[in-house]
Design a protein around this ligand. Sequence first.
Ligand code: SAH
Ligand code: SF4
Length: 416
Amino acid sequence: MVFSILAKEGYARTENIEEADVIMANTCSIRDNAEQRIWGRIDYFNTFRKKRSGLIVGILGCMAERLKDALLDTGKVDVVAGPDAYRHLPDLLQAVYDGAKGINVELSREETYGDISPVRIDKNGVSAFISIMRGCNNVCSYCVVPYTRGAERSRDWHTIVREACECVEAGYKEVTLLGQNVDSYLFEDVDFAKLLALVAGVSPTLRVRFSTSHPKDISDAVIDTMAAWPNICHHIHLPVQSGNDRILEKMRRRYTREWYLERVARIRQAMPDCGITTDAIVGFCSETEEEFRDTLSIFEEVGYDAAFMFNYSERPGTLASRNYPDDIPLEVKTRRLNELIELQNRLSLKSNKRDVGREFEVLVEGPSKKGDAQLCGRTGSNKMCVWNDTTHKAGDFVRVRVVDCTSATLLCELKK
Ligand code: SAH
Ligand code: SF4
């Protein structure tokens, strides 16, 4: 999208950082280590200043929003643009050419960039992401997103369907609808269930995925729409965060363990083959060992196919940082995290072993890490498959049979 906005002003994109006149980094603030990595990148970008006078370094997105002037004050950054300011980038660059600094961190209640067709820079041309909403109206106490991304806005569904059509015309075989809380999508009378059906209706061979679902909001209508449309992938990313009710309450997630498990049961009843994955945070403020055990037990009970797991990272300005001390020592967090990761590895392996002997339709993404004679691609449930194949290419749909597995991959053979 940023490319699309700048291309209109005559800027061209380069893959070679040494020939760039402007370097922009899109940033994330979700955990402290994400920001630390960006600081490293900023130093790296600045090494090019010696060779290229007039080089402009821009920081876009959440870190720009959170740190604002502090980024400019380092002297290492010339342009700071928050997530709702991308239309102003040409003016911000002009300000720098005129000898000033370019900063815009205003958040908007309306901006969805709905009318802008993004320039797709993904390499394989098979799978595209479509943003359907921006911001978030939940105030999970640990989370910086509502502060950096602003209030929730749903994008006009007409422009979403149009973008999906453009993806099909450009040869894409899969789209993933993106939002912080897709289940609260609403534009005119189109809710998320209706939007899913509209996008699935674009082409029967277009695979449709989405992320992220909030357990408090995922509706029966969404689950039933997924079950009804053969081209909507049976995979739900349903971040649980914790298995303990006191911690969930303190995190302000606004569901209980019981509610969460009921949603999982409802999904499995409608789609027994549905992949379910999750996010979890360990070592949230005041989490006891016993409360952490509840996270382990909900992982066992659900039997997730995969999970992203994190140590709690205090984010300045959030409710948790203002109200609760970050009182779990790093060694304890890390020990809990390792225990959870170990459990999830076992659960992933168990889930993959269940698929041995089964057949799946897989969308080819390209050569596997082992090279051209072996291809890789995902099942509808989002499991990575690899198989020997010299006849297909990225974008083909093939049928494979699972012959073996690891905790991360299904090892398959091609069905003729
Ligand atoms: N909107 C999504 C998640 C967005 S952030 C949802 O509500 O589920 C992605 C993940 O980062 C979260 O699910 C959470 O597990 C993790 N995360 C967010 N803030 C964090 C923090 N302060 N410390 C550690 N992990 C965090
Ligand atoms: Fe953050 Fe909660 Fe919004 Fe997800 S739903 S982005 S965790 S505030």
